[in-house]
Design a protein around this ligand. Structure first.
Ligand SMILES: [Zn+2]
Length: 220
């Protein structure tokens, strides 16, 4: 059954085959050890304060496969190639290096309307009328994991914690969380060439992706 879903998940890539930087790809095709954990595909959306059993988001995220533009996936490949070589950071050892875990990549525009309906605050959820960089395949939400254990590194907050603690400038945190947030930002900005978003430590944009078209195909 899992394989069946995987084949279905790849269909949009084949259907939407384009050429150039805004071609959609599955990052796993470029980065063999990247971890995918699409939080919106899971039944637990307590982080969005949705009632238990609410299926509105999983209806759009029917599989645990992420898509994004080729240029964004290439940027993440540079980041992962660098992270994988880290053997120690902030006093901890990482025998197999550090890796990226993706929480969200391409997001159908219909999801943007739904998220804005649930949380109509443009500081944290882009107005669907103008669209999000996620709708263009030019943004990614991610964190870091220990490649030996798969465990997430300590970060300032959980995903979609829409509070001041998610801001890059928030410092009332354990030193370890600050160091890990800084490592993520340094790698994403200086190695991958991506741009930060001040209000969310987990969100990164591909420069120039604002010119990519808004998309609304469903991943299924
Ligand atoms: Zn995001």
């Amino acid at each position: 059954m899992r394989k069946f879903f995987s084949i279905l998940c790849l269909l949009p890539v084949m259907i939407l085959a384009q050429t150039g930087d805004d071609e959609f790809v599955n990052p796993k095709d470029l980065i063999y050890d990247i971890v995918i954990d699409l939080r919106y595909s899971t039944p637990d959306h307590s982080f969005l304060n949705l009632p238990e059993g609410d299926t509105r988001l999983p209806k759009f995220y029917t599989c645990n496969e992420s898509l994004m533009t080729l240029s964004l996936a290439n940027a993440l490949k540079l980041a992962q190639d660098s992270l994988r070589n880290i053997r120690s950071h902030n006093g901890k050892s990482y025998p197999h290096g550090i890796g990226i875990k993706i929480w969200d990549g391409y997001r159908p525009r219909a999801v943007q309307y739904l998220l804005f309906e649930i949380y109509p605050n443009p500081a944290y959820v882009a107005d669907p009328n103008s669209g999000s960089m996620h709708n263009r395949g030019g943004a990614v939400d991610l964190t870091l994991v220990d490649l030996s254990t798969g465990e997430e590194l300590l970060m300032p907050t959980l995903f979609d914690d829409f509070s001041v603690a998610a801001s890059h400038s928030y410092m009332d945190l354990p030193q370890e969380a600050i160091e890990n947030r800084t490592l993520l930002r340094n790698i994403m900005v200086n190695v991958a060439g991506l741009q930060t978003y001040g209000a969310e430590w987990w969100h990164y944009n591909l420069p120039g992706a604002g010119s990519f078209p808004l998309k609304d195909f469903q991943m299924k």
